[in-house]
Design a protein around this ligand. Sequence first.
Ligand code: CP
Length: 297
Amino acid sequence: MVSIRDLEKKEIESYLAEAAKMEKLLNRPKSELLKGKVIASMFFEPSTRTNMSFQAAAKRLGAKIMTFYPGTSSTAKGETLGDTIRMIDGYVDAIVLRHPSEGAARFASDLALHPVINAGDGGNQHPTQTLLDLYTIKKLKGKISGLKVALLGDLKHARTMRSLLFGLAMFGAKVTLISPPALRMDEDVLAEVKEKFGAIPKQTSEMSLAGFDVLYVCRIQKERFSDPMEAERMQKDFRVDLEALKSANKNLAILHPLPKVDEIPPEVDFDPRAKYFEQAKNGVPVRMAVLYKAIKG
Ligand code: CP
């Protein structure tokens, strides 16, 4: 599980179906589907949701999970990622890896004998986030095909948006991309969805939210800017507050991969259209499905 690009539509559908089964298991006593298995959780970048939901998923399946801390490991002495992966691969049945370098998960999966699950590699891909996004949209709306979906925010740096555009295009959603001109989706991603799925997303810098079924917001990725003040300026113009939502559909679903900072103010959390906490909760059954399929096939 390195990139959403590696998956065919029927494989994604199979993950979504497996996640629905896993969700039912959550209300029962702890499952033992992965009893005796050991999983390594290796996060070289901060994370709340991905890290904790993978840990919860492993525990709910009866697996043991070991956490690798880069700051107190031999990484701090200069050990390479390649050597670290080779070592840990010898200890466990699967590796969950988040790393700031684009391509780190692919590199690790080429070295490891056990499955490597990409939990985010720089600004590149976040495939399990895309699976949980598609799962959430399907659960809320009953379908993905034909839905009018707006992706809003930092479309240049957010790996979640690149992965999600690919998934939405594959499933036939009608996507509009809303961003500051300097933070548009990269042309190579647009060319890819056009070539593979015939998808031509509309691109705009207008903050008009009328007519959408789903609004997927992401924060301006300040940490990927050389000038953080510039990021803050852009964030102000692309804020989804109650005023901006006045023209939006009554049955709009507002999603966000989280963490959110200023792009959605706290008052929106109480709007019934805000579904991002429910979305984050879906990370557990989706990651249970990912771990189960990775280890048991
Ligand atoms: N959505 C997401 O990847 O959140 P974390 O960075 O907290 O894992």
